[in-house]
Design a protein around this ligand. Structure first.
Ligand code: PMT
Length: 396
């Protein structure tokens, strides 16, 4: 998704005047631009200048009268990408230590979008071990750092500390925004096995660990999507920022997936759903008898086929196929009969593929052809699948 909303955070250094050009260039590129200034920044260039350049009110105070009561949350949610320029030593330190004592620092704490930090200051301040430590920590915390350039500084010294030119900052914004290509999209994923109860202590299931579905969920969240994960019983940790909906049987999974189907733009069925369940679930533990025992199975609903039948325009549906023979023929039949846009076929007998591994080897199938992918980590494969779904969505 193309980014639109750029939030510019300005802290108090001489380089504030250079940010006028950045805001102006962003507006010329038809981006929606909002500016937050610290009180010190507003002493270098007045908010009115940035209001004129951004065509939006400039926020300085946390509690401006008659405006939004929670501007730091509203602004953080609004932003597709955030740039802190210039970033002073003080504001970098606040960001790194999670301080929130004014509008800019509170907003930075609430951001979930890609964020860029552009330190600009006197060389000695920049090289002070505290600032060096803080910038390194900011990078570890997920900030994209645009380091300052060498040159003449306002303090009449020459050295490192100048805010880079507007073009460099614009490139950094483009690059950072590209990391969240799924922002604004809803991704629904199923993962893991189902358990079909025979009695209160026994069930029929399979070897799925959930790793593949969880890895796709992680990749989707990292790419900026809102993610709901319908998970069969697995021994994996929940993923931060992903809403997990635990289920047991195929019919539980069907209900959870269908309840969330209309919400979703992308739907990926990576779960290994049991095709059959015992016709009867005994209320008490089944006792051992002489001789053999017969269990009658009935068919479970085919969740993916049901979704394929009611898929709406704009929704992209991806199924998986786990095969042990005739991979391409069997998987293509599933792609077509279940009305999928994409089908990921893996073969249990291929080394590094299938159940419980951290890697997978798959053939990616669309109606117009196949692509054989190399051995990938399950998360890398998740990224590839999501990028392919974005392409399919563009063509719809
Ligand atoms: O969980 P891991 O240990 O990481 O293993 C990953 C995996 C092998 C489970 C995964 O890569 C995979 O292949 N998942 C699909 C397994 C499977 O059930 O394939 P299938 O060919 O039986 O089903 C085809 C498709 O229909 C699948 O998308 C499945 O979710 C769906 N289905 C199947 C049966 C059913 N009753 N309802 C369904 O929706």
């Amino acid at each position: 998704m193309e980014y639109q909303n750029v939030l510019v955070g300005i802290s108090g250094g001489i380089a504030v005047y250079k940010v006028c050009d950045l805001v102006s260039q962003l507006s010329k590129r038809n981006k929606n631009v909002k500016v937050i200034m610290t009180e010190h920044a507003a002493k270098f260039v007045g908010p009115v200048t940035f209001e004129a350049l951004s065509h939006n009110p400039v926020a300085v105070q946390m509690f401006d009268e008659g405006t939004d009561p929670i501007p730091h949350i509203t602004l953080a949610q609004w932003a597709d990408v955030f740039i802190l320029a210039p970033a002073t030593a003080n504001v970098i330190a606040k960001a790194v230590h999670g301080m929130a004592d004014d509008l800019l620092s509170s907003t930075m704490l609430a951001l979930t979008c890609p964020k860029i930090m552009c330190p600009a200051m006197n060389t000695h301040m920049l090289e002070n071990p505290a600032t060096v430590r803080n910038i390194a920590q900011a990078e570890k915390d997920g900030w994209n750092i645009v380091m300052p350039e060498y040159g003449h500084l306002a303090c009449m010294e020459s050295g490192k500390g100048r805010l880079p030119k507007t073009d460099v900052l614009l490139d950094a914004i483009e690059q950072a925004a590209a990391e969240h290509p799924l922002k604004g999209l809803h991704v629904l994923i199923s993962a893991g096995p189902t358990q079909e109860a025979l009695d209160p202590v026994r069930f029929l299931s399979n070897h799925s660990s959930g790793k593949q579905g969880y890895a796709i969920a992680k990749a989707a969240a990292r790419m900026g999507a809102e993610v709901r994960l319908v998970s069969g019983p697995v021994a994996l940790d929940r993923i931060d920022g992903v809403q997990t909906i635990p289920v047991k049987s195929a019919r539980d999974m069907q209900q959870a997936v269908e309840e969330n189907f209309d919400w979703a733009d992308f739907i990926i069925m990576a779960a290994a759903v049991a095709d059959y369940r015992p016709k009867q679930t005994a209320e008490q533990k089944i006792k051992k008898h002489e001789g053999s025992m017969m269990v009658e199975f009935v068919k479970n609903p085919d969740i993916l086929a049901g979704l394929g039948a009611k898929k709406k325009n704009g929704q992209v549906l991806c199924g998986f196929a786990m095969e042990t023979e005739n991979l391409e023929k069997n998987a293509r039949a599933k792609l077509e009969s279940k009305n999928c846009d994409l089908l990921i076929a893996n073969n249990l007998t291929t080394p590094g593929a299938g159940f419980q591994t951290d890697t997978n080897v798959v053939t990616m199938m669309k109606l117009d052809g196949n692509e054989q992918l190399p051995l990938l980590s399950k998360e890398e494969l998740g990224c590839r699948i999501l990028k392919e779904m974005m392409e399919i969505r563009k063509g719809k």
